[in-house]
Write a protein that binds this ligand. Sequence first.
Ligand code: PGA
Length: 253
Amino acid sequence: MRKKIVAGNWKMNMSLQDGIELANEVNESLLNDAPSCEVVICTPFIHLASVAGIIDTNVLKLGAENCADKAKGAYTGEVSAEMVKSTGAEYVILGHSERRAYYAETPEILKEKVNLALANGLKVIFCIGEVLEERESGKQNEVVEAQLSGSLFDLTAEQFANVVLAYEPVWAIGTGKTATAEQAEEMHAFIRKTIAEKFGKDVAEATTILYGGSCKPSNAKELFAKPDVDGGLIGGASLKAEDFKGIVDAWKA
Ligand code: PGA
């Protein structure tokens, strides 16, 4: 059985104090009522070390939202994979559509980031997904396949075992417009088939594929019920402990 995951992506939200409070709330709620999936919160860099010190990693794991495409040195303002790892974080989100769109992250840059993250012992949550125009012209599979092959297909199967995929149709992120469970399943099955062709069936079957884009407590259960949907990457709804826990609970019977 592949791992089921609900991961929060706080994006550029929360002061340090508010972030610590939220992490505490999420941690407490999971200690009181153990989750039946892996739960991760991905926070801004500045929160990582403090949050690492207060969460119980038996119920809650920690991740960053990005890392540099260089190992170290004179890159003012950047944060390396090694630095992320040293905070106690286990995961890093790479390839989020906001990074691709607003910070010009190309498949080649993302390939460097993925390699550095894996080399430093981080697990990667790698985001892929099409924009509305691409879906309307029926190009979504082609786009997603190019994103996968452009950044991940030089990995060995052993390295790829530390990659979690997140399918996030860009038109569904922060818009309140969720993909239907059927649209999500159709794409997740395509992604799994593409992984099987590259890395083999066993690797594909073991790969966790998350859905992201306006996932909330009210729609999580229907999305997670699909055979190829292994959890969610949650933006807006991860900023309130109650909503986030509601999505985590979608994995309960
Ligand atoms: P959203 O964001 O849940 O606010 O749509 C998801 C994401 O960008 O990861």
